[in-house]
Design a protein around this ligand. Structure first.
Ligand code: NAD
Length: 354
């Protein structure tokens, strides 16, 4: 697959990954290499990665606990301290080998350690391949508020090897699919139809679909790297989705994966689109049917609505106290800065539940 060149870094695929990485390390004269993994990518992905790495530099492995609960400043403190203890310097390279938690947190640590060292993202989940590892958003959660602390700075390279997906659970695969569906809904109807028509994705189908999804995200980010307007469209489904994810984050049985929460958010925000932008109702019903077929339905009792809606206050698209949604005019065309009255938001949950 042809590498994708963005304005300031390249995204390599599959068999090209190791060649590109080894060449980059050779040409850069790094002082040493730090590989950040979580407890799962340590066992599932690190052995394969180390096999392909050709270097005589010292390699240190830093392992963090897996999961969203650990995407916080305490974990960063541990990683910063380890880097410091192991004498990482401005010429050290950080390689983030993992899902969105590792790439978001590792990117943030790299951007802030000694005011910034170079870092490479090697995404190992579907979600991080198509979304989290590209575009330069790095950060951590503050309590249950998602991505409240962070920085925008692009990685020096992204290596997408879909072989890593072989050990990923089907639930995590579905979570990643949600961001791909989002790319279709905001940018390309044909792509959405292709994705939602495939009931059992094979890894071969996936390679091309991942590539297309990365291209969509790259095109959007390049036109608006600092999220002044167009990049906000990538937040479709996220205003309500993030609030739902945050609300259930510590729930014993209802904790949702990021993509699962976004899938619900996309149904709710499609409903808002019908009411506010004239998005066709029959298409909204079809999107709801397709999405629920894949993700099932989560019971969201009426009593949870007020606290969920309250959490939308922390959405990063808000301006001067106004909650701004990204809504759809049609499939493939999103509109930013839309405001929805509370009654309509409540109705959107009825639409989801009925
Ligand atoms: P994750 O990193 O928690 O990974 C999901 C689970 O899969 C973890 O338990 C992980 O250990 C495990 N895992 C990873 N790779 C594996 C493999 N190859 N085999 C087996 N297990 C593996 O979560 P995620 O879904 O990858 O990412 C979600 C995060 O990404 C959220 O924090 C979200 O906010 C963030 N995100 C960021 C952006 C961005 O632009 N920066 C975009 C979307 C999402």
């Amino acid at each position: 697959m042809t590498p994708i060149q963005t304005q300031d870094y390249s995204i390599q695929f599959n068999s090209d990954c190791s060649t590109a990485l080894n060449a980059y390390i050779k040409e850069q004269s790094f002082s040493n290499i730090f590989i950040l993994v979580d407890s799962n990518t340590y066992s599932h992905c690190l052995p394969k990665f180390l096999e392909q790495l050709e270097t005589s530099l010292t390699i240190e492995i830093i392992e963090i606990e897996a999961g969203e609960h650990h995407k916080n400043i305490e974990t960063c403190l541990g990683v910063w301290q380890t880097l410091s203890d192991l004498r990482a310097d401005r010429k050290s390279l950080m390689i983030n080998l993992g899902g969105g938690v590792v790439t978001d947190l590792g990117g943030f640590v790299a951007c802030t350690y000694q005011r910034g060292i170079k870092f490479i993202n090697i995404p190992t989940t579907l979600l991080s391949m198509v979304d989290a590892s590209i575009g330069g958003k790095n950060g951590v959660d503050l309590g249950s508020i998602k991505n409240q602390i962070g920085i925008i700075k692009t990685p020096n390279m992204v290596l997408i090897d879909t072989d890593y997906l072989n050990t990923l659970s089907s639930r995590e695969m579905r979570s990643g699919l949600a961001e791909m569906l989002k790319h279709g809904l905001i940018h390309n109807e044909l792509y959405y139809n292709k994705l939602s028509g495939l009931s059992n994705l094979t890894l071969e189908d996936l390679d091309q679909l991942i590539y297309d999804s990365v291209l969509i995200k790259k095109d959007i980010v390049e036109q608006d790297p600092t999220e002044q307007n167009l990049r906000k469209t990538l937040n479709f489904g996220h205003t309500l989705g993030h609030a739902i994810e945050s609300f259930y984050l510590n729930h014993e049985t209802k904790a949702l994966l990021h993509g699962e929460a976004i899938a619900i958010g996309m149904i709710l925000e499609t409903y808002l689109s019908t009411a506010l932008l004239g998005f066709p109702l029959e298409k909204a019903l079809k999107i709801k049917e397709n999405t629920i077929k894949v993700y099932g339905k989560v019971a969201i009792p009426k009593a949870d609505l007020a606290p969920i809606m309250d959490l939308m206050r922390f959405d990063k698209k808000n301006e001067k106290g106004t909650i701004n949604f990204v809504l759809l005019e049609t499939i493939g065309k999103a509109k930013t800065n839309c405001v929805a009255p509370n009654e309509l938001i409540i109705n959107s949950f009825d639409f989801y539940n009925e």
